[in-house]
Design a binder for this molecule. Structure first.
Ligand SMILES: [Fe+2]
Ligand SMILES: [Fe+2]
Length: 450
């Protein structure tokens, strides 16, 4: 079988030190008959001038697929010496134009460097490359093992690239990345990045092994969808009851895939722990989720972290078919689900990243349905403006009643409709105690005895 190669950006090649991999070009001019020729050997040292010369001479350079993980590791040591003109302009990302909009009083933009965008793009492409081998098929265990190992390498490098990131800056970074047509890929990768940050906040002393497991729980949380027909998982419209029942099988399918006895994984991945996190990511904190309706701390910590990352990404990341909520609106909306869908104390920890915004976060948006599924694409977010707030807005225009807070413009989210106010959702949960805010040690991962 012919050896595989992947293309790499010139800007991501290390200079003035031994190259940790070989570099190739495709010397064939016939599209279907690639012929790769090595131009730089592992260990050779390139200068900045060499790279400039390569850039003018070669259309594209390549690395062997078997050296992908070495390439990903090498990204971490690259420093940002990009020239000022290489820095991203506000709103130049594919969806940055909208996400970078700021109104007076909002937090200033945190600059995400052009190099970080390039690094993350490579990592994201690598994750998609691995995941693509799984979807739409029933993979043999060996292929599944290789995919999980490849994903693990991506997560490990991601942890280093996101070293100095907080939630808000990560949201900016995600807003600068291009997105894939297949919702599940983008969403899984974003969720993985948020899980890494949330877990690190929860336990700043966490070992890399623990953070890798958290990132892997996020990346693989929807793995079970490989066993569900693509037309159902890509359906951004209203699902039939039968299709929804089918979707609800994916946590169980994901668990089964991880618990195959002959899975061959590195020692720092615990398949039983990942299987549990995957299986429980749709359980709600109040015990109303699926598949087993467990609640509180009976839901594994990594599943509770994934649920927050899952929810946040679904409503804050622009898709090709709907606009995202602002950070303030997203936080305010999620607050309505504290103790219900999500773990309140973990959510408070999450909010520490956006404290300034969280303090004033309010919204009169409600979901039109209580069972919003963050794992599923939505042609439009199922949101509505509560009537009470809409009435307040109307009244404030003639000066009779002052609105407590400004209602969003009806055109903010496509087809937003006015609904009757719902029964109040408890703002502060009183059940479940996660020891995350007292600086006490977080629950360590315990590998189960074989
Ligand atoms: Fe899911
Ligand atoms: Fe999800």
């Amino acid at each position: 079988m012919a050896e595989s190669f992947f293309s790499v950006s010139f800007e991501l090649i290390p200079i003035d030190r031994g190259l940790p991999y070989d570099l190739f070009i495709n010397s064939s001019i016939i599209e279907s008959r690639e012929k790769f020729v090595r131009i730089v050997r592992l260990g050779d040292v390139l200068s900045k001038e060499d790279l400039v010369r390569f850039k003018t001479k070669y259309h594209q350079i390549y690395v062997r697929e078997v050296q992908r993980s070495i390439f990903l590791k090498s990204l971490v040591d690259l420093t940002d010496d990009a020239t000022p003109e290489e820095q991203p302009e506000k709103g130049t990302g594919e969806n940055g134009g909208e996400q970078n909009k700021r109104t007076p009083g909002q937090a200033p933009l945190k600059q995400v460097s052009a190099l970080d965008i390039k690094k993350t793009t490579v990592l994201k492409d690598s994750a998609i490359h691995h995941l693509e081998t799984l979807f739409d098929q029933d993979p043999p265990t060996e292929v599944l093992s290789q995919t999980i190992v490849g994903c693990r390498d991506v997560v490990e490098s991601m942890i280093d690239v996101l070293q100095d990131y907080n939630i808000d800056k990560l949201r900016e970074l995600i807003g600068s990345l291009s997105f894939h047509d297949f919702y599940t890929y983008d969403h899984s990768i974003n969720v993985s990045m948020y899980c890494i940050l949330i877990y690190r906040s929860l336990n700043p002393e966490a070992s890399k092994e623990e953070i890798i497991q958290a990132g892997m729980a996020g990346l693989l949380h929807d793995l079970g969808k490989i066993k569900i027909p693509t037309e159902i998982i890509n359906n951004a419209g209203k699902l039939s009851d039968q299709d929804f029942k089918e979707i609800q099988k994916h946590p169980g399918f994901g668990q089964d895939l991880l618990l195959q006895s002959d899975l061959n994984l590195p020692a720092d991945l615990d398949p039983a722990l990942l299987a549990r996190a995957i299986h429980e990511h749709h359980e709600n904190f109040d015990g109303t989720g699926y598949p087993n309706k467990i609640g509180g701390e009976n839901i594994h910590l990594l599943a509770r972290i994934t649920a927050i990352a899952d929810f946040f990404d679904a409503i804050t990341t622009k898709r090709s078919y709907h606009e995202p909520l602002s950070l303030e609106e997203a936080i305010a909306l999620m607050k309505k689900f504290e103790g219900k869908k999500i773990d309140p104390e973990l959510f408070h920890l999450f909010l520490q990243h956006a404290e300034q915004l969280a303090a004033k976060a309010r919204t009169n948006l409600e979901f039109t349905s209580e069972d919003f599924d963050p794992c599923q694409p939505h042609r439009e977010l199922p949101l509505a403006i509560a009537r009470q707030a809409a009435a307040a807005k109307e009244a404030s225009s003639d000066g009779k009643v002052k609105a407590e807070f400004p209602a969003p413009q009806p055109d903010d989210f496509g087809q937003v409709k006015v609904i009757e106010p719902k029964t109040a959702i408890p703002q502060k949960a009183t059940f479940g105690k996660v020891k995350v805010l007292d600086n006490g040690p977080a629950k360590p991962f315990k590998k189960k005895a074989a």
